[in-house]
Design a protein around this ligand. Structure first.
Ligand SMILES: [Zn+2]
Ligand SMILES: [Zn+2]
Ligand SMILES: [Zn+2]
Ligand SMILES: [Zn+2]
Ligand SMILES: [Zn+2]
Length: 277
């Protein structure tokens, strides 16, 4: 029965023909008790799921041995030794598919901050092996910093392509850690920069003063954005013993202390002496 001479609205629903309109609903949380319409507010959360409409959210999971009893999401609480604090699982991460772009990132990075870990990481990614906790943090850092570095020197479409692959992998790794990006960067700084076992080069004592003085000057130049000063420091370091050893060492130490500035330093020093990115 159509209401030819006008509906008789009772809230959102016509009491004569049953037609509904999108106004004057009778909300109980996220659902209209009269017409059944669902809105995306005032859900009744039972852990990670709305008990009225079934909408899921990525919080409030109810975990049993790190697996959510409601939605099946796996949420480990990784300790810095790569073991889950709750279920004792061991962290491992597998990069999906052979990925030449990520390999390029790693080898480019290895030229600025050469470490045994970079080489091991390269081999594992190349051979599609699972990465452990430390390697995954290193990979995260490399993609993050290489992405920034490349964006400062390369504006081609090619770069955008590589960048988007990097961003995808980053998002994936973040999911594995269950941590926001900033927290994984902090982990890198804490774990990698303070770990003597991953320092690439051992420095003979005689050079320590020169190195420390250069690091101090670099820090000052970066603070005042003195590009000419930064280049000058590089040139002087190259002159110390006629090789790139000092530049390389100072660059590496600086990059460890200020990872976010590593790309700029590399860019400004590129071409001095034999230093080539
Ligand atoms: Zn009607
Ligand atoms: Zn309604
Ligand atoms: Zn709901
Ligand atoms: Zn859940
Ligand atoms: Zn766990």
């Amino acid at each position: 029965m159509a209401c030819l001479f006008g509906h008789k609205w009772n809230g959102c629903k016509c009491s004569k023909c049953g037609e509904t309109r999108d106004e004057q609903h009778d909300w109980d949380g996220c659902k209209c008790t009269r017409c059944g319409k669902i809105r995306d507010e005032q859900h009744k959360w039972n852990g990670c799921k709305c008990s009225i409409c079934g909408k899921a959210r990525n919080e409030g999971h109810i975990l049993n041995n790190c697996i959510c009893k409601i939605c099946g999401t796996v949420l480990h609480d990784w300790n810095t030794d790569g073991i889950c604090r709750n279920c004792k699982a061991k962290f491992s991460y597998l990069l999906s598919g052979a990925n030449p772009d990520i390999l390029n990132y790693i080898s480019a990075h290895d030229k600025i901050m050469p470490t045994p870990q970079c080489k091991a990481l390269y081999e594992k990614v190349k051979n599609n092996k699972e990465l452990d906790y430390t390697e995954t943090i290193l990979l995260f850092f490399i993609i993050e910093s290489e992405g920034k570095r490349q964006s400062s020197i390369d504006s081609s479409h090619d770069f955008l392509w590589r960048f988007s692959i990097g961003a995808n992998v980053l998002a994936n790794i973040q999911e594995y850690f269950n941590k926001p990006k900033e927290n994984i960067m902090a982990l890198y700084n804490e774990k990698m920069l303070n770990d003597n076992s991953i320092k690439g080069e051992t420095i003979s004592n005689g050079f320590d003063d020169t190195i420390n003085a250069a690091l101090e000057k670099l820090e000052v130049c970066f603070k005042s954005q003195d590009k000419a000063g930064i280049i000058e420091i590089g040139k002087n370091l190259y002159g110390v013993n006629g090789s790139m050893f000092m530049m390389h060492t100072v660059g590496e130490r600086f990059a460890r202390k200020f990872p976010r500035d590593a790309g700029t330093l590399n860019f400004l020093w590129n071409g001095i002496g034999e230093w080539k990115a």
